[in-house]
Design a protein around this ligand. Structure first.
Ligand code: ADP
Ligand code: ASP
Ligand code: MG
Length: 595
């Protein structure tokens, strides 16, 4: 007898007929002899509706009361689902988050799961009942109701699957799987049969709304196989597991985050540790940042730019307006009319020309890139929100993501086993007992690459095609460019920084010099750069982690010049002489999180 967790999103339970249809899916598994735990969302757009009601009364409603309010949406669905199942002749019982002991921290609207007690669910399952759990909600130590963040029912489902050591977690939704990009925006998008945890984690955290990114953290950490499939048909969907669909494909998907905001703190004193205070304060307020760039200027000041989700902009404004005086910065700016396009793929880590291809695609449709940030398997470009959809389409087309797999690729793929979970069940149980909180961050490795070089081009004229021109030239030498950061500073001049293997420095500097002649800019390099990388899951959304990384390096007097932050990988460039100290200090700092 298998244990299956089935999750139904809002559209899949939007009315009583759909609730009955979902109930029948559970019954089918039950009749096949399996135990079933259903996790359900609020009906249709109920969560949006509740938010609107609160906004009618207050522009900034109280966080605790918002969670109290929003949790009611799921509570309606669980009761109706139980009634539906009983009407069809099956025993069922509904539970709120509190009733199944989903303990969270006390961060309203973004709470993280600490523990789940499985006793009550197991008792009900043993009594032959179908268990129906409310998604998206939990309870803190003071019995306050908390919610996990929009889309959080996915996380409830995968967390329950992990805690119950379920055989499978089926996510039923209004699309029949994970596509190469949002099929509602790009109809040519192709459904993928399978996608790796790492790729899905990056895509989800960069805006692919089909899965809540924290659910993939759980899935990866506890080896849960996730099957995304349609509520409205019976075909196969997409398996999210340890293996990618195409091992060497540079790009497996493109994500769009429409509601991004860029924050620039202008005229920050260029002293070690000052920029870090900005992250520390934002991290304390649980604001996850992305696309971090610093533009040094001649007068000993730097501009620090970063992006955050527009939902957090109000809070960020409060934090930053206090901070500007404290750190002696000149001013700050928010640009709320931006969107982020990200390409993701395991294969890009060791291929050349991927970034350049993306920049080209954007250039060809005349789109200006405001910022660039990369991590090992992700490249993000910030564009004006009005250009977002055009940029998404162009990028998707450029990587030919609509193309079906060739017969050879299908053969190669089926030769690989479909379901070896990355952790076996014993390992997963050990991990659960070791962690103080189920959502605690897990660090996989801390690495030092001491043979890097950094190149920076200063004061480039910011216009469409700039990045494409620069990386076209660099790519001609088939050089693997690693971290790329571009941001636009004062007077509309852009800086582009990138890292390369040190033995390529001479040839890259020749190219850089030619670029300087063309663009009347200047180039600078550091031949003694080293890269420190922390790998794991949830590194960006656990906002405190990046800050601890910077603080640890700062305390050891290790100065950081380039930062790249993603869910799975936080990397910084430091001076080669400090590489080993930095690595050792980080290993000490994260010893508790490393398994
Ligand atoms: P649910 O209510 O079932 O949780 P969501 O609306 O949260 O459903 O997620 C499904 C939606 O995600 C789809 O309707 C689709 O528009 C969107 N989406 C975004 N990116 C992707 C992608 N890469 N693949 C599939 N769907 C995507
Ligand atoms: N009902 C919540 C939301 O709309 C949670 C979810 O559906 O996953 O965000
Ligand atoms: Mg969802």
């Amino acid at each position: 007898m298998a244990l299956i967790v089935q999750k139904f999103g809002g559209t899949s339970v939007a009315d009583t007929q759909k609730i009955l249809a979902a109930a029948r899916k559970a019954i089918r598994e039950r009749r096949a002899g399996n135990q079933v735990v259903m996790v359900v969302s609020a009906m249709g757009k109920q969560t949006d509706h509740l938010i609107e009601l609160a906004k009618e009364l207050s522009e900034r409603p109280n966080n605790r009361e918002m969670d109290m309010l929003l949790s009611t949406g799921e509570q309606v669905t669980i009761a109706l689902m139980a009634i539906a199942l009983e009407s069809l002749g099956y025993k069922a019982v509904s539970f709120t988050g509190a009733q199944i002991g989903i303990r969270t921290d006390a961060t309203y609207s973004k709470a993280r799961i600490r523990s789940i007690s499985t006793d009550r669910m197991k008792r009900a399952l043993d009594e032959g009942k179908i268990v129906i759990a409310a998604g998206f909600q939990g309870i803190d130590d003071d019995f306050n109701i908390t919610t996990l963040g929009r889309g959080g029912s996915d996380t409830t489902a995968v967390a329950l699957a992990a805690a119950l050591q379920a055989d499978r977690c089926d996510i039923y939704t209004d699309v029949d799987g994970v596509y190469t990009t949002d099929p509602r925006i790009v109809p040519e998008a192709r459904r993928v049969d399978r996608i790796s945890y790492d790729e899905m984690l990056e895509l989800a955290s960069m805006g692919a709304g089909v899965m809540h990114s924290r659910s993939i953290e759980f899935a990866k950490k506890f080896g849960v196989l996730v099957h995304v499939r349609s509520s409205f048909s019976d075909g196969d969907g997409t398996l999210i597991g340890p293996l990618p669909e195409r091992e060497h494909a540079p790009v497996c998907g493109v994500a769009l985050a429409k509601d991004e905001t860029r924050l620039t703190v202008v005229g920050v004193p260029d002293k070690p540790g000052v920029a870090m205070q900005i992250f520390s304060k934002l991290a304390d307020a649980r604001i996850a940042t992305d696309m971090i760039a610093q533009n040094s200027s001649a007068d000993g000041k730097t501009d620090v730019s970063l992006t955050l989700q527009s939902d957090d902009a109000y809070k960020a404004r409060e934090v930053v307006s206090q901070l500007v005086d404290e750190i002696g910065a000149e001013s700050f700016e928010f640009d709320e009319n931006v969107a982020k396009i990200s390409v993701v793929g395991l294969g890009m880590a060791n291929q050349t020309g991927v970034a350049q291809q993306m920049f080209h695609a954007l250039f060809e449709c005349g789109i200006n890139i405001h910022m660039i940030a990369t991590s090992d398997i992700k490249i993000s470009a910030l564009v004006s929100r009005d250009d977002a959809v055009k940029a998404l389409r162009a990028t998707h087309a450029s990587f030919k993501l609509d193309q079906e797999l060739t017969p050879e690729e299908i053969n190669a793929r089926s030769a690989v086993a479909t379901s070896p979970a990355s952790l076996d069940k014993c390992a997963s149980a050990r991990l659960i007992s070791h962690l103080t909180g189920m959502e605690d961050v897990v660090v996989e490795s801390i690495d030092l690459d001491a043979a890097q070089a950094r190149v920076t081009l200063y004061a480039l004229p910011d216009s469409p095609g700039l990045a494409a021109k620069v990386f076209d030239r660099v790519a001609e030498g088939h050089i693997i460019v690693d971290m790329i950061v571009q941001s636009v500073g004062r007077d509309n001049l852009a800086n582009i920084t990138f890292t390369i293997p040190r033995d390529e420095l001479d040839s890259v500097m020749k190219v850089a010099q030619e670029l300087c002649d063309t663009f009347h800019c200047s180039a600078e390099y550091d031949s003694r750069a080293a890269k420190l990388t922390v790998r794991g899951a949830g590194l960006r959304s656990h906002t405190g982690l990046a800050y601890r990384m910077f603080r640890t390096l700062g305390e050891g007097n290790v100065n950081v010049s380039v930062i790249s932050l993603s869910e799975r990988c936080a990397a910084v460039i430091v001076d080669e002489a400090h590489g080993e100290t930095g690595r050792d200090n980080l290993a000490k700092e994260f010893s508790e999180e490393t398994f």
